[in-house]
Design a protein around this ligand. Structure first.
Ligand code: PBG
Length: 339
């Protein structure tokens, strides 16, 4: 491979360190930059008023009642964070095998969407998760028959769930379930219900990852899932070409943006998707990644601010346009201070 500039000869004609001499010079030649406008803040919603609950495996993350979610959304807007992503913690007595609470127009997530919309108008984007795991007693993302998550009947329910969320005011529907064919069916369902401007952010390359553990604690699905795993629908961590196949299909079916998840262990996937397709790519710095950084920082083993900003910058370098991260408000605050 011929490098531009190499023709002038190596050292001593070329000194790479010359362009690293001053901070202003380093910022002038920076190939990648990170801004609050790249971030999406995932939030966990609980029933009640004026209350928060901490999540032991995600220090610093709070589950919030709807009024607190509205305040968090206001903070996000103030910090220049373009969007929040909402995840409900469904009370145990509302969970069923078929997860039908997902279709209740007055469920937790729908009420949260309406409250944020009422207070903030269009000054913040609302991304909502489409999958059944917060609502099912077994903790799977779809309908379970004889221990198997059945695809096509699940897709029918996901279409209805998408419409319910769009009716409540969601801007972006984000199916995280990994059922086959759901993007096309959801697109059609939304269009037929008058929601042709509601976008779809597909969790297209979502791996069956152990890094989701703390999230499942946060939404209360880990005890439901027990020893079960999601390997029959989420992707094997060994596969990259399959991720491109998944993305191609979701784009064909009408996804507006695609997501790679988890983030840091899958930067090669982010990069490959960026290089192969001309669409915005989102990446999810998942709960386990958050927990690792946070735990090391709490012990004084890592400098939290530096490692968080470095990890987020790495997502940008790999090709991500948007980053879902629990560090969003802290990162946005630090970026403001760095100016
Ligand atoms: C559920 C869903 C999961 C996450 C987002 N949506 C968990 C899972 O698939 O089990 C994980 C997010 C995180 O770990 O931060 N469909």
């Amino acid at each position: 491979m011929a490098f531009a500039g190499f023709e002038r000869g190596p050292y001593p004609q070329t000194r790479m360190r010359r362009m690293r001499l001053h901070p202003w010079l380093r910022s002038l030649v920076a190939e990648t930059d990170l801004s609050a406008t790249d971030l999406i803040w995932p939030l966990f919603i609980i029933e009640g008023t004026d209350a928060t609950e901490s999540v032991p495996s995600m220090p610093g993350v709070q589950r919030m009642t709807i009024d607190r979610i509205v305040k968090a959304a206001e903070l996000a807007a103030q910090l220049g964070i373009p969007a929040i992503a909402l995840f409900p913690v469904t009370p145990a007595d509302k969970k069923t095998a078929d997860g039908k609470e997902a279709l209740n127009r007055d469920n937790l997530i729908c009420r949260a969407i309406r409250s944020v919309r009422d207070k903030l108008g269009n000054s913040i984007g609302i991304v909502t998760d489409v999958a059944l795991d917060p609502y099912t007693t077994h903790g799977h993302d779809g309908l379970l028959i004889d221990g198997y998550v059945v695809n096509d009947p699940t897709v029918e329910v996901l279409c209805q769930q998408s419409i319910v969320q769009a009716e409540a005011g969601a801007d972006v529907i984000a199916p995280s379930d990994m059922m086959d064919g759901r993007i096309g069916r959801i697109r059609t369902a939304l269009d037929q219900s008058g929601f042709s401007n509601v976008a779809i952010l597909s969790y297209a390359a979502k791996y069956a990852s152990a890094f989701y553990g703390p999230f499942r604690d946060a939404v209360g699905s880990s005890s439901s899932l027990g020893k079960g795993d999601k390997g029959t629908y989420q992707m094997s961590p060994s596969n990259l070409r399959e991720a491109l196949h998944e993305v191609a299909l979701d784009l064909q079916e009408g996804a507006d943006m695609v997501m790679v998840k988890p983030g840091m262990p899958y930067l090669d996937v982010v990069h490959a998707v960026r290089e192969t397709f001309q669409v915005p790519v989102a990446v999810y710095q998942v709960s386990g990644e958050y927990a690792m950084l946070k735990a090391a920082a709490e012990r004084g083993w890592l400098d939290e601010r530096k490692v968080v900003l470095e990890s987020l910058l790495a997502f940008k370098r790999a090709g991500a346009s948007a980053i879902l991260t629990y560090f969003a408000p802290d990162a946005a605050t630090w970026l403001q201070q760095d100016r």
